[in-house]
Design a protein around this ligand. Structure first.
Ligand code: GLU
Length: 306
C-alpha cells in the first residue's frame, strides 16, 4: 500500500506552529515511506475563508520546504459532497431537522435539569409527513443530521493506541446547515475517500470527530462510495513551556511572524520535529535576536507507532 496523507488547513487565519507540526509529521511520515503529501484547503466556509490566508498558507509551507504533491480546494468539490449526501439520505442516515437553536437550547436545559446528557433527542425523526410538509409550506429550510449508530466505535490509533468513542453519548452531527453550507465533517470524509488517503494524522482535538467520521465512512462504503476506512493518528496538542494552551499565544507564533523575526525555516522544522521525541530540545532563537525564544512541548507523553 502506498502511503498518502493530507494536511487540511482552513484559510481563515495564519498558519501557526501547531498547524505546522501537524503538516510536518504528515510530510515526514509520507516522505519517509516514499508516499505522497496532499494539501487540502478546507474552504467550505465561504464567508470566513479568504484568498489572502490561502496564499499565506502556501507561502509558509513552501518557505518551510513542506512541498505538496497534490492540492485541492473543498470549495470546488461541492458536487461530490452533494452526491455523498444523497447516498446517505437514500440509506436513511441523513435526516432533515427543523429545530431552531432556541428550541434546542431549551430542551438541552431540561435534559440537564433532569440529570440527562444534553444530546440531541432526535425529535425530527418522529415528525409525520404532514408536519414536515407544514414546515416546507412555511418556507422553512431544514438542516441535515447524520444518524449515528450509537455504539462504541473503536480504532487502533497510531499515536494513542486502542481508542474508542461511544457515539451513543454524542448528538447526531449536523452535516449540512439550513443555508445549504456543508460543515467540515462530511466533506473531509468524502475527500479522504476520493483522494485515497491512507492515514489521517491530526490533532487530538479531533478524536471525538473520528468516532462520527468512522461511522460516516462505513455508511458511505455501504452506499457504494469508497472501500476502506483510513488509519488514524491523533497527536497530543502543543502547549507552551508553562503548559498553557497555545491558542492564547497564537499571534506571536504564526509562521509569518517568525519569518519576519528572522528565524530560519530549518530551525523551526527541526525544533517542531523533535518535540515529543527523546531527542534534546534546544530553544530556537531568531537571528535578529528579537524573538523571545520559542519554548514548546506536547501535552502528553510520547506514544505509538508513528
Ligand atoms: N480543517 C480541519 C482543521 O483544520 C482539518 C482537520 C482534519 O485534518 O481532518 O481542523
Amino acid at each position: 500500500m502506498s502511503v498518502k496523507v493530507r494536511f487540511a488547513p482552513s484559510p481563515t487565519g495564519k498558519l501557526h506552529v501547531g498547524n505546522v507540526r501537524t503538516a510536518l509529521v504528515n510530510w515526514m511520515f509520507a516522505k519517509g515511506q516514499g508516499g505522497s503529501f496532499v494539501l487540502r484547503i478546507d474552504d467550505t466556509d465561504l464567508a470566513r475563508s479568504t484568498p489572502e490566508f490561502e496564499q499565506g498558507i502556501e507561502d509558509d509551507l513552501t518557505w518551510l520546504g513542506l512541498v505538496w504533491d497534490e492540492r485541492y480546494n473543498q470549495s470546488k468539490r461541492f458536487d461530490r459532497y452533494h452526491d455523498a449526501a444523497e447516498r446517505l439520505k437514500a440509506a436513511g442516515r441523513l435526516y432533515p431537522a427543523w429545530d431552531t437553536s432556541e428550541e434546542l437550547d431549551r430542551r438541552r436545559k431540561v435534559q440537564l435539569s433532569r440529570g440527562l446528557p444534553p444530546i440531541y433527542d432526535r425529535a425530527a425523526l418522529a415528525l409525520t409527513d404532514a408536519e414536515k410538509a407544514a414546515f416546507e409550506a412555511e418556507g422553512r429550510k431544514p438542516h441535515w443530521r447524520f444518524k449515528l449508530d450509537g455504539r462504541r466505535t473503536a480504532w487502533e490509533d497510531l499515536s494513542r493506541g486502542h481508542a474508542e468513542v461511544d457515539t451513543a453519548s454524542m448528538s447526531d452531527p449536523v452535516l449540512i446547515r439550513e443555508d445549504g453550507l456543508y460543515l467540515y465533517t462530511l466533506p473531509s470524509v468524502v475527500d479522504d475517500i476520493d483522494m485515497g488517503i491512507t492515514h489521517v494524522i491530526r490533532g487530538e482535538d479531533h478524536t471525538t470527530n473520528t468516532g462520527a467520521q468512522i461511522e460516516i465512512f462505513e455508511a458511505l462504503i455501504a452506499a457504494g462510495l469508497g472501500t476502506t476506512v483510513p488509519n488514524f493518528a491523533h497527536m497530543p496538542l502543543l502547549v507552551g513551556a508553562d503548559g498553557a494552551a497555545l491558542s492564547k499565544r497564537l499571534g506571536s507564533l504564526s509562521v509569518a511572524d517568525m519569518r519576519d523575526q528572522g528565524y530560519e525555516p530549518i530551525a523551526i522544522t527541526s525544533h517542531l520535529g523533535r518535540i515529543g521525541t527523546s531527542d534534546p530540545l534546544e530553544v530556537a532563537e531568531s537571528s535578529s535576536g528579537s524573538g523571545a525564544g520559542v519554548q514548546l512541548r506536547q501535552d502528553g507523553p510520547v506514544a505509538g507507532a508513528l
